[in-house]
Every structure is written in C-alpha cells, then in structure tokens.
Design a protein around this ligand. Structure first.
Ligand code: ADP
Length: 219
C-alpha cells in the first residue's frame, strides 16, 4: 500500500507541533511557510521544508501539492491567507484538508468552501482546562457533541469498595464506565462486578447533564 503523504502549511506553534509529531511517527511531511526563519527551523525535522506563499496557486502547483493525501493549513495570523490557501487546495483536488480556525466567522467560511476538518485548538483547549478548573474530580474531557462527552473522573472515597452494579450507575445516571485506570493498569470495558477503589480514574461516556449528576452525587 502506498504511504500517505502529508503537508503542513504554516509553521507557528500549532503547525509546528503537528509537523514534529508527524515526523516523530516516522511519517513523511512537507513543511511550508512564507517565513524563511521558520522554514529553517524545521529543515531537520520535516522530510522537506520549503519557503513559499501558499496564497499563490503557482507555488502550490510547483510543489505538486495535488499529489498529497492530506494537507494541514495552520496559518493562524492571517484569516485571508488561510481561506485563500484552502480554496486553492480544494480547487486543485487535495483529498483531505484540515484547517485551523481562528474564530467562528473563519470556521463558517471554511465550511462553505469545503474544508474536510476544521479545528479550534485554542478554544478546545480552553474548554478542557475550564472543565478541569471547575471540577476537582474531572481530569480531562473530550466533547463528542454539544451534549455528550467522555470524561475522566477520579473516584472519591464514597465510591470505594462498591461494584459498578452495586452503584447501579447505568440505570440511575444513564452513563457508562468504559474503562478504569488504576495506577499503571487499565481495565477496558469493566465487568459490572468490578469493584471501584478510591483514586481510580473512571472514564465515563454519556450526556453532559447525566455526567454532571453523577459527579455531584457520587464523586
Ligand atoms: P500559531 O498561532 O499556531 O502559533 P501563527 O499564526 O503564529 O500560528 O503562525 C502562522 C504561520 O503561517 C506563520 O509562521 C506564518 O509565517 C505562516 N504564514 C502566514 N501566511 C502565509 C502564507 N500566505 N503562506 C505560507 N505561510 C504563511
């Protein structure tokens, strides 16, 4: 099978860390930025690093961008450049385009022009940290939809020694424990008879309102 080819446009903090992570995974990545210093900084990290203004169609064509399977547009400082770059990538027929959005207006335009995946790293991280600050027991959370999440909750002393069935979590709260982290161990899809211990990290999935109820009552 042919290996996937990736390109990252914009080597700021976000694009740069994607580029590093892809390279560390052993994936070939083309790094592009308009700024020569940024490109030089990635010369030894990415498979190829080139200087170019990606709002210029001729530049993207000369790099053979249409042959890449997945292009990540991480231009944060200029919404106009981000939109124009995405539009050209789309017109050139790049199969998968991920774009970092800076605000809601930016996201709406990106949606209209057909970006395949739109990410808001600052907004999403801000939300995750806020959850973590508000609730002492919530370690991390992943938003599945506007109303559903997967949350990591620390089991309190009140849960210690009780089995999942004993607590009747699914019936009473409508949520499911998908895994339990206990020290270095992880119990995936725990049995209903599994005994919860104080300090376990429960990974639960469900509606936000139900997870909140569970958290308030039991944790
Ligand atoms: P972050 O918020 O992730 O740190 P930045 O906004 O600092 O992102 O970085 C965006 C990067 O995109 C910068 O390195 C900038 O030089 C690059 N960039 C901006 N416009 C273009 C363009 N037209 N073509 C290529 N790269 C661009």
């Amino acid at each position: 099978m042919k290996r996937k080819e990736f390109a990252v446009i914009g080597l700021g903090r976000f694009g740069g860390s994607i580029c590093k992570a892809l390279s560390e995974e052993g994936v070939e990545v083309l790094a592009i930025d308009i700024d020569e210093d940024r490109v030089n900084a990635y010369a030894n990290i990415a498979s190829h690093a080139v200087v170019g203004d990606t709002t210029d169609e001729a530049v993207l064509k000369s790099l053979g961008i249409r042959n890449f399977d997945h292009v990540i547009v991480a231009i944060g400082d200029s919404i106009q450049a981000s939109i124009l770059t995405t539009l050209i990538l789309k017109e050139l027929g790049v199969p998968h385009i991920t774009v970092k959005a800076t605000n809601d207006y930016h996201e709406r335009v990106l949606n209209k022009i057909g970006a395949d995946q739109i990410v808001h790293p600052e907004r999403d991280m801000g939300k995750r940290i806020a959850h973590n600050i508000i609730s002492n027991n919530v370690l991390d959370y992943l938003e599945l939809s506007d109303e559903h999440s997967i949350v990591e909750i620390v089991a309190s002393r009140r849960l210690d020694g009780h089995s999942i069935i004993d607590l009747d979590i699914r019936a009473k709260y409508g949520i499911n424990i998908v895994a339990i982290k206990r020290g270095k161990d992880i119990i995936v899809s725990p049995q209903a008879t599994e005994i919860i211990r104080h300090g376990d990290i429960l990974i639960v999935i469900g509606a936000d309102t139900d997870i909140n109820r569970f958290e308030k009552k039991l944790v």
